[in-house]
Design a protein around this ligand. Structure first.
Ligand code: SAM
Length: 251
């Protein structure tokens, strides 16, 4: 997933990608098939769908945005995986109007629960798309990371507002409608009947470190990536992560 032309992009995706790749490998072994059926709800322009298809899996992306689906089609073609990616216009709430219930080995729900009308229902639908044995990869904005980022930027009132706001928003100008704690996300997941396998903090340091330190110091990017990976699993750091990733299975 890391893009050699955009090395800093790897900071945002490395932890999730490592966890997801391992989970898909385990699912391949358990299913006894090399190619899995993967659903990416709110998959957008294919940040994850394209690399998953490059592993040989068949990916269906459901997204309400025609622009995102257009970009997805172009990216899939450029990556040579157009035959393994299907983009469908649809919504997490009306998911089964466009995809089959119980038809997927793995479902990705990355950066979507922040935006849906009802996160519990959106997640129930994502889980409803899983086969009896299936893997859910859930990624959502973390509350503590936003509080910390606003405070370190000197926006103390906004930081306090995010901390006390029920949706974790720092103000009217906040582009993210909703953020979550690790406890809220795991509760949402267990509420669907799945078992939580692992929780990881994502972008714990990456968004706080001045770019110049990473871009100019030799070896700094690699060292920061290793630090992100080492801290990701430690519950103490979940409360300050920009995003939280939950991996869950049906059995
Ligand atoms: C932050 S982007 C994440 C895109 C992609 N999953 C990723 O990780 O790069 C949020 C995506 O959710 C989609 N979205 C917004 N509302 C949605 C809904 N109700 N159901 C499904 N997707 C939705 C948007 O169109 C957008 O592509």
């Amino acid at each position: 997933m890391s893009d050699p032309l955009r090395p800093r992009a790897s900071l945002r995706t490395a932890v999730v990608w490592d966890v997801l790749k391992d989970a898909l490998e385990r699912r391949v072994k358990a299913a006894g098939r090399d190619a899995l059926d993967v659903l990416d709800t709110g998959g957008g322009s294919g940040n994850f769908a394209v690399p998953v298809a490059r592993l040989g899996h068949r990916v269906t992306v459901v997204d309400p945005s025609p622009n995102a689906l257009f970009a997805l089609e172009r990216r899939a073609a450029e990556a040579g995986v157009a035959d393994r990616i299907r983009g469908v216009q649809g919504d997490a709430h009306g998911l089964f109007q466009v995809v089959e219930r119980g038809g997927y080995d793995a479902v990705l729900c990355h950066g979507v629960l922040e935006y849906v009308d009802d996160p519990a229902e959106g997640l129930r639908n994502a889980v409803g798309a899983l086969r009896p044995a299936g893997t859910l990869s859930l990624l959502a904005a973390g509350l503590g990371g936003a509080v910390l980022a606003r405070a370190l930027a000197g926006h103390f009132t906004e930081a306090r507002r995010a901390l006390t706001d029920p949706a974790g928003r720092w103000g009217e100008g906040d582009p993210v409608p909703r953020r979550f704690t690790a406890e809220q996300l795991t509760e949402l997941v267990t509420g669907t009947g799945l078992q939580v396998g692992a929780v990881h903090g994502v972008r714990i340091f990456a968004d706080l470190v001045p770019g110049v330190l990473v871009d100019t110091e030799p070896g700094a990017l690699d060292a920061l990536l290793k630090l992100e990976v080492a801290a990701a699993e430690q519950p103490a750091f979940h409360s300050v992560a920009t995003q939280l990733h939950v991996l869950a299975e049906r059995d």
